[in-house]
Design a protein around this ligand. Structure first.
Ligand SMILES: *[C@@H]1O[C@H](CO)[C@@H](O)[C@H](O)[C@H]1NC(C)=O
Ligand SMILES: *[C@@H]1O[C@H](CO)[C@@H](O)[C@H](O)[C@H]1NC(C)=O
Ligand SMILES: *[C@@H]1O[C@H](CO)[C@@H](O)[C@H](O)[C@H]1NC(C)=O
Length: 392
């Protein structure tokens, strides 16, 4: 489906106004039929189809479409550059980033490409030095966007980019500085816009899809996993203790609702317990909440007071992804930063309460991508920046 709300919702449907001219080429579409004898291993058909697909990818954009709406390769342009990342709390040097996603989409804010479907997008991934080249781009005006597995947030190159027929543009080095205010106190998960690294339960034996058994990377593709939460946590919700718990085993891959005996559903509150030895009471701690998916859900955050009203933070109702109902592990990406005043924290054990109260269906849920608590900035933060500049 090229244009559909089935997965990720209305956000992915292009919005066309009355009398607004709009044109977009989908295709060409290639359909490949192969065959095998009864005596052949039928899986060879699959291998053969994949080999043919690689040939087609190399042949794109084809030169046979005669339509003026489908420019040939020589009437397209290309763009190249090197993406580097700076996060002084990880490394004082610029870091080159392998396999980062770099793409062109219609001009917009950082991250707007996620919901953009009216225009064309052209994406690639960086090599181990952060180099990228995107070829065969249709002429037009774009922004250049990127996101980097291992880091939170969205990059946008500050200038608009005009692609002209037959022109190659080299941006040289471009720098992404992901959101960061202070050193990491703790983190849960891997910032890669997916919940795949968390605990995915075995399916209910009634629903098991045997093709997916023994495929550790595809455990989430089973039907009905949402109801497994209530079996693991029948009365009380998940509690994650920093330094003791392991997110691969102790963090359920989605904050789903609890199924009750009467077949209704109930919202949940998860806890993150962590110990602080010393606190700067006048400083601001930053809680980074990266979500891999949300479906008609609300995320409320409370710190050390489970009844605080209003909560310290609420996302409001967000998301129409349907990822869990479609057996997916990510939808659209959300990133929230919650300021936590040092005065809310205590020396010793602290608890962050993550509440998802919306519970009319089994499929309302949040999939976390990654959570991090940052201490207030270090004093020598500025000094570190200066020393980098001095060395250059
Ligand atoms: C990345 O580009 C630089 C500069 O052109 C080049 O020296 C380096 O070999 C490239 N890296 C890879 C992996 O090709
Ligand atoms: C505490 O945080 C405040 C605000 O960030 C800062 O001005 C102050 O220097 C910090 N104190 C210490 C001891 O780090
Ligand atoms: C703090 O939490 C840890 C881990 O749950 C627990 O072992 C310890 O007893 C708690 N300490 C206090 C003072 O409550």
């Amino acid at each position: 489906m090229f244009v559909s709300a089935h997965y990720s919702g209305e956000d992915l449907i292009p919005k066309i106004q009355n009398n607004e001219p709009w044109k977009k080429v989908f295709g060409p579409v290639f359909i490949y039929l192969n065959w095998a004898m009864d005596s052949d291993n039928p899986l060879l058909l699959w291998e053969d189809a994949k080999a043919q697909m690689s040939i087609e990818v190399e042949s794109w954009p084809y030169n046979f479409p005669a339509s003026e709406d489908f420019p040939t390769s020589d009437l397209r342009g290309s763009i190249s550059g090197t993406l580097l990342v700076k996060d002084v709390y990880i490394d004082e040097e610029y870091m080159s980033v392998d396999s980062a996603y770099v793409g062109l989409a219609l001009p917009g804010d950082a991250g707007s490409w996620q919901r953009e479907s009216k225009g064309y997008q052209f994406w690639t991934r960086t090599d181990e030095d952060g180099n990228f080249t995107i070829s065969d781009i249709r002429p037009g005006d774009y922004n250049l966007y990127a996101w980097v597995p291992g880091f939170i947030g969205d990059y946008k190159y500050e200038f608009d980019i005009r692609i002209s027929p037959g022109c190659d543009t080299d941006l040289g080095g471009i720098l992404y500085e992901p959101p960061r205010d202070g050193p990491t106190l703790w983190e849960i998960g891997i910032p890669d816009r997916s919940a795949a690294e968390f605990f995915v339960p075995d399916p209910d034996p009634k629903y098991i899809n045997k093709v997916l058994v023994n495929k550790p990377d595809l455990r989430f593709r089973q039907y009905g996993l949402w109801d497994r939460y209530a079996e693991l946590y029948p009365d009380t919700d998940l509690v994650y203790t920093v330094g003791v718990s392991d997110y691969r085993k102790d963090w359920f891959f989605a904050q789903v609702n609890r199924k009750k005996d009467d077949k209704t559903y109930q919202g949940t509150t998860w806890q993150i317990v962590f110990k602080l030895d010393e606190i700067n009471q006048t400083g601001t701690f930053k809680l980074r909440l990266a979500l891999a998916s949300a479906t008609a859900a609300e995320l409320q955050v409370r710190v050390n007071d489970p009844k605080a009203n209003p909560p310290l933070f609420s996302s409001g109702v967000i998301g129409k992804d349907n990822s869990i109902a479609r057996h997916g592990i990510h939808g659209l990406y959300w990133l929230y930063t919650v300021d936590v005043s040092g005065s809310l924290l205590v020396e010793g054990n602290n608890t962050i309460f993550l509440t998802q109260p919306r519970a009319t269906t089994p499929w309302q849920n949040i999939m976390y991508d990654y959570i991090r608590l940052e201490a207030p900035p270090r004093h020598h933060h500025q000094l570190q920046n200066c020393s980098i500049l001095a060395r250059k």
